[in-house]
Design a protein around this ligand. Structure first.
Ligand code: GLP
Length: 260
């Protein structure tokens, strides 16, 4: 696992955008995995600036979302499909019709989850999955105790996640849906590359666990320790509990130019 530590939260986006840009230059029809939450917002804005500058185009790409709330109306501003539209599609030249997410309004939820898995594999799988991490160590909405081999399915949100996400619902936890559809840990692990962004002191324990803790369903992000190409980009606050903090700085400072 590659760990990149930068001084401030604002320093993460350019590093992640460089990884996206290098992939898309090499493979203009790349399949991107896109996360919601606040962590990737700076990255999406940076991609938007690069597209506007004519340096990058996502027009040939496809994108698959990680997760979706169950039951939020199609026009609800916090429906993840709408969040991605606003934060990523509207800022770049990614084509809206080429972005897919799990259908949180489906009548037949198991069928919708199976169809979503098929759509990802029909697209050839995800080349680059962008991730955040919850304060309880979840990736996508794979809450503690999720199977590390899981695939897209319905999950009940943990109380902590609903409290964390209440800020998007006017601070009212009762407005946060109780259920979601989420790619499984196994789905995420099938992506050819993953890049996880985290900033702030409130992520420090989750980051420590995901990089240095024992692999455990109690911190589902720890499954990434098994991923052959995982990069974790964090600010100093989120890195504050890393035992090997100085080593990660040295590794990045001494990274050979030829190494992706
Ligand atoms: C949310 C999302 C995740 C996200 C995580 C962290 O609940 N389902 O995909 O990575 O929790 O969110 P944030 O980046 O806002 O801290």
């Amino acid at each position: 696992m590659e760990v990149i530590i930068k001084p401030e939260a604002a320093d993460l986006a350019p590093v992640a955008a460089d990884i996206v840009e290098r992939l898309v230059l090499r493979k203009p029809d790349a399949v991107l995995g896109v996360a919601t939450g606040s962590s990737p917002v700076g990255l999406y804005a940076e991609l938007g600036r690069r597209v506007a500058a004519g340096r990058l185009s996502l027009a040939g790409c496809r994108a698959f979302m990680l997760d979706e709330y169950v039951g939020l109306a199609a026009d609800h501003p916090q429906r993840y499909r709408n969040v991605i539209e606003q934060e990523l599609v509207a800022r770049t030249d990614l084509v809206s019709e080429r972005v897919l997410g799990p259908d949180g309004l489906a009548d037949d939820i198991p069928a919708a989850c199976a169809a979503y898995e098929r759509a990802i594999s029909d697209a050839g799988g995800v080349d680059l999955q962008i991730l955040g991490v919850g304060s309880d160590g979840h990736i996508a909405f794979n809450e503690p105790s999720s199977s590390l081999g899981s695939r897209t399915r319905i999950k009940t949100l943990a109380r902590q996640t609903r409290i964390d996400n209440a800020r998007f619902f006017g601070g009212d936890v009762a407005q946060v849906p109780t259920h979601c559809l989420t790619q499984g840990v196994g789905t995420i692990m099938a992506a050819r590359r993953v890049v996880l962004l985290a900033d702030g002191e409130h992520k420090a324990e989750a980051v420590h666990q995901l990089v240095e803790g024992p692999v455990s369903a109690m911190w589902t992000a720890t499954a990434l320790q098994w991923h052959p190409q995982a990069t974790v980009i964090v600010d100093e606050a989120a890195a504050s509990r890393l035992a090997l903090h100085d080593y990660y700085l040295d590794v990045y400072a001494e990274k050979p130019g030829w190494q992706e």
